[in-house]
Write a protein that binds this ligand. Structure first.
Ligand code: URA
Length: 237
């Protein structure tokens, strides 16, 4: 495949812009400057560098971000930063999207990809992948509130009932709760429905993929094929 086409597919601009990067000597392949147009490479696993960006050719990207507070999962963030500001332009250019959304004040694991089929399949309402949240509440949790969350609550303007598939109470004000649906503000609305209020919300797990402990807030990693599989796996019950 022509080098300029490889660069274009990885988000480095139009064909013309990629040609210019090559001609200006800004592109290295396997450590060597390649300033000749018309050079062909086998794209699979190709290691290349554009300016200071070291990259590997990827047909699609699958990413885990530890989302900080104050970031919206939207390209046109209105009142806060956008999570997409945490990524280099070449990833934004190739059409990176979040898989579902977290509120601006929620922290933790969010997946991003440029693979539309993966995003659609992962966010399909019937997919029922677990999402585990760690949360703090304004008032002490009562036995009755925990029971109601386990049995399921109704949410205004939503069909069906919304249930915690597992709940672990850490102390009076702290819960670890797993849900498998994903409607707007679901956790906050479930806690409001039982008469309490979420004050802090953090997503720890999606499917069987846990937030890596060494991933600081604002940092992200490319997921391996195994990690992508974990993120769409359902726990055996
Ligand atoms: N539920 C919420 O209420 N907010 C989130 O960000 C995620 C789940």
């Amino acid at each position: 495949m022509l080098l300029e086409k490889i660069l274009q597919s990885q988000g480095f601009g139009s064909r013309k812009q990629c040609q210019s990067l090559i001609q200006r000597g800004l592109v290295k392949v396997n450590g060597e400057i390649c300033d000749q147009l018309k050079t062909q490479f086998q794209p699979q696993d190709l290691e290349f560098q554009v300016g200071e960006h070291r990259c590997r050719y990827r047909e699609h990207v699958y990413i885990a971000l530890n989302k900080p507070q104050g970031y919206e999962c939207s390209h046109q963030a209105q009142f806060h930063f956008s999570v997409f500001q945490l990524f280099p332009e070449y990833l934004r250019e190739r059409g990176l999207q979040t898989v579902g959304r977290l509120d601006q004040d929620t922290t933790g694991l969010i997946l991003l990809s440029d693979d539309g089929r993966f995003i659609q399949a992962s966010t399909h309402p019937k997919k029922h992948v677990d999402k585990e949240y760690w949360l703090k509440t304004a008032d002490p949790m009562t036995e009755s509130q925990i029971q109601q969350l386990q049995q399921g609550v109704e949410l205004r303007n939503e069909k069906g009932i919304f249930q915690a598939s597992s709940i672990q109470q850490m102390n009076d004000y702290e819960l670890r709760m797993t849900i498998h649906q994903g409607v707007y503000h679901q956790v906050k609305r479930m806690l409001a429905a039982v008469g309490n209020k979420v004050t802090e919300l953090h997503r720890h797990r999606v499917g069987e993929l846990e937030l890596p402990t060494d991933l600081a807030q604002g940092e992200w990693i490319y997921l391996t094929a195994e990690q992508v599989q974990l993120a769409i796996s359902r726990r055996e019950s």
